[in-house]
Design a protein around this ligand. Structure first.
Ligand code: SAM
Ligand code: SF4
Length: 335
């Protein structure tokens, strides 16, 4: 991290694209059952061709070559396979990944792979059907597990599983979830629970920091720092002899702004410089639709990238002291 006061710019080459703000699950920490959401109207969503134009004419020329499709639930987006195919076919695309709850994956894994998707992250907070239902609001564990198996069979590599630990809900399963990385080359990533989406739950249950998780896993299985460091915010470890790895994303307990390489585009075309900070975002869709040329759009994005480091370091909420709440949920931002 640069602590001298001279803020240097990280290389930002990774765009996370939220394709939709709707979801077929109601995860307690994200879109809790009963909460009301201001869904984006369909005419406000970026169309596939607008999105491809933004990638081709704005983001790629500015050095973006890595894309992740997320949401909401990206597999609910109509025409998702065609969109994957179009993005994968852009010659400059170096890496195309998706984050999904896997409910629709068992039927779609093959066509997504054939369309060019190679990396997939699947949210799996529990191996217990009842706990899974409690967390997601849906009795769908088996179907999600089938989706994970389908992704494995089709050959997605790496295949990552995202886990959010909620004290008193799924913390009993930390060791079992970590153990999924032993016999298969699956990468289990523990993401610290954030006060986004359901601040009541956060205040009521609290959260578990990555250091505590690592200690627990280390006491049981041993844990070594892995030399296959990813290019993102996760700290990567491995159970000795395991085929897969364990990642810890510690946005609450640590500051990893110095290695942040990403920005986020919402389904309605807002570009956001930082997950934990709402300032500085720009409305690319309105600019595009009112006919601003690509040069103007590129200029706006460059300006945002220039401000990004400063925004991160200044106002980032670490979850200590006075809790900050956020206006958009992860499903809207594109987690
Ligand atoms: N629906 C897809 C899924 O669940 O994988 C993609 C979108 S979801 C918003 C992306 C990731 O954000 C998931 O892995 C989820 O666990 C995580 N997430 C959502 N709300 C969160 C919160 N309050 N704290 C930490 N992670 C959260
Ligand atoms: Fe849906 Fe994903 Fe949010 Fe769960 S975490 S409610 S699956 S968007």
């Amino acid at each position: 991290m640069n602590t001298s006061g001279n803020i240097s710019r990280n290389t930002v080459d990774y765009l996370r694209i939220s394709l939709i703000d709707r979801c077929n699950f109601r995860c307690q920490y994200c879109m809790p059952e009963g909460a009301e959401f201001d869904y984006i109207q369909s005419q406000e969503m970026l169309t596939n061709s607008e999105l491809i134009s933004l990638l081709r004419e704005v983001f790629i020329p500015l050095g973006f070559h890595k894309f992740r499709l997320t949401g909401g639930e990206p597999l609910l987006r109509r025409g998702i396979v065609d969109l994957v195919r179009e993005i994968a076919a852009l010659p400059e695309t170096e890496d195309l990944a998706m984050t999904t709850n896997a409910y629709l994956l068992s039927d779609m894994a093959r066509s997504l792979y054939d369309a060019g998707l190679r990396r997939i992250n699947i949210s799996l907070d529990s191996l217990d059907r009842d706990v899974f239902r409690q967390i997601t609001g849906r009795d769908r564990w088996e179907r999600v597990w089938q989706g994970i198996q389908a992704a494995h069979t089709v050959g997605f590599d790496p295949l990552k599983l995202n886990v959010v630990v909620i004290p008193g809900v799924n913390d009993r399963e930390i060791l079992d979830l970590a153990a999924l990385s032993i016999d298969r080359a699956w990468h289990v990533r523990f993401i610290e629970f954030m006060p986004i989406g359901n601040t009541d739950l956060f205040e009521h249950k609290g959260w578990v920091d990555s250091a505590t998780l690592r200690q627990l896993i280390s006491d049981r299985y041993g844990l070594i720092e892995s030399n296959c460091r990813g290019n993102g915010p996760a700290d990567i470890f491995q159970i000795p002899g395991a085929k897969g790895t364990l990642g810890f994303i510690s946005q609450m307990s640590e500051c990893f702004c110095d290695r942040c390489n990403r920005v986020r585009l919402s389904a309605d075309g807002w570009l956001r410089p930082c997950l934990l900070n709402e300032s500085g975002q720009i409305d690319l869709k309105t600019s595009l639709r009112k006919g601003d040329g690509y040069e103007i759009l590129r200029g706006k994005v460059e300006e945002l990238l220039f401000l990004k480091t400063e925004i991160n370091f200044k106002d980032r909420d670490r979850g200590t002291g006075e809790q900050k709440t956020y206006h958009r949920t992860m499903s809207q931002i594109g987690g």
